[in-house]
Design a protein around this ligand. Sequence first.
Ligand SMILES: Cc1ncc(COP(=O)(O)O)c(C=O)c1O
Length: 442
Amino acid sequence: MTTSSKIEFEASPASAGRLDTLDPLERFRDKFFMPRAEDGTEAIYFTGNSLGLQPKTVQEYVVQELKDWEVLAVEGHLRAKHPWLPYHEFLTEQMARVVGAQPIETVVMNSLTVNLHLMMVSFYRPSGKRTKIVIEKGAFPSDQYAVESQLKFHGVLSPGFSRQPPEGGTQEENQNLIELTPRDGESTLRTEDIIETIERHADEIALVLLGGVNYYTGQAFDMKAITEAGHKAGAIVGFDLAHAAGNLELHLHDWNVDFAVWCSYKYLNAGPGAVAGAFIHERHAESFDLPRFSGWWGHDKATRFLMGPEFHPMRGAEGWQISNPPILQMAALRASLEIFDEAGMHALREKSVKLTGYLEYLLNQIDDERISIITPSDPNERGCQLSIRVKDSDKHLFNQLTSRGVFADWREPDVIRVAPAPLYNSFTDVYKFSEILNDSVS
Ligand SMILES: Cc1ncc(COP(=O)(O)O)c(C=O)c1O
């Protein structure tokens, strides 16, 4: 994940236009529907980190499945243009390329938090002294809830535990959760501190579970180094890649990550509530003795329809499937992944480094000491997103941006997140945004 940051920028519309002309991915913008601002012009859409834009091919792909259902009904499972029975398999190779995995390690199924639970059921195995989970403090709430409920589920946290002290009682300590916290006065974590914590608690940690990119700060973690440190300590290492899949170049297989989960409605542009992904390293492909929550779709394909009473899981990530999948959602994802394949993660990341670098450069020109960027300035430690802290701000500034056609998002107490996505955002979008922000603060 090493990226050079030596790029010369200039703050002018002509310079932004020049960067667009030189952009080898410029033509991809036209493959997406761009929302409109109130005045009818194209909006500046910087919330691909929340919900990616709709590829123009999605309708055709979804309508094909509706047609096959209309005409073939149940026979669509075998006779649809893209038969529904093996439909998830049509997504595997492309999704594997997005996250740097082998096909055997990749499956598209369920939604993100559900997959996180399924992975923890199998890979969080507290035993003896080794019972702790390491997460980042301020991890996305769903991850915090999932982890806490897994600690309870595995019987290492009392079922009634709450972060709020009981009235008149004393606060129970959650001894099995290690939360990584930035140093005083800092907003993001240092890799050396993450590793030091893992080393310090080496024989107590069962699982290290971090986001690939923190949703709030936009910090990208050094997944290779963290995985190495976790393994050296004897722990399992997993990542929530909600903000990393389709954003960073990932090498999950080579980094030796044990498992990872992600959603595909953000950078992967597969639509609201889109079906999610999971990675399980090849070395666990035949770990049939791991406990798992089973269902018929994870059963060996050759004998699934013999309807036998005993579960025989498939090799690899597919063996963690439970239910037959949502074809309409998968059709949308198929349309989107074809675009990723055409562009390639390497080229996307190259553009993204420039695009976000340009945004950072322009933001740094704004002469207002209330504004600071909390995302790391090293491109190796971030993806598309910059998180802008607005000191002493209520939501006023953010509302002004919205009224001027900017799609950004606000995270309490004082952060505006903006994420130019290399598939459909331009350098001109970035320039216009900086002008609007500059106007709005002055
Ligand atoms: C980092 C992270 N984890 C988990 C989730 C929850 O995802 P889902 O609702 O798909 O389970 C999100 C949603 O935005 C997220 O950003």
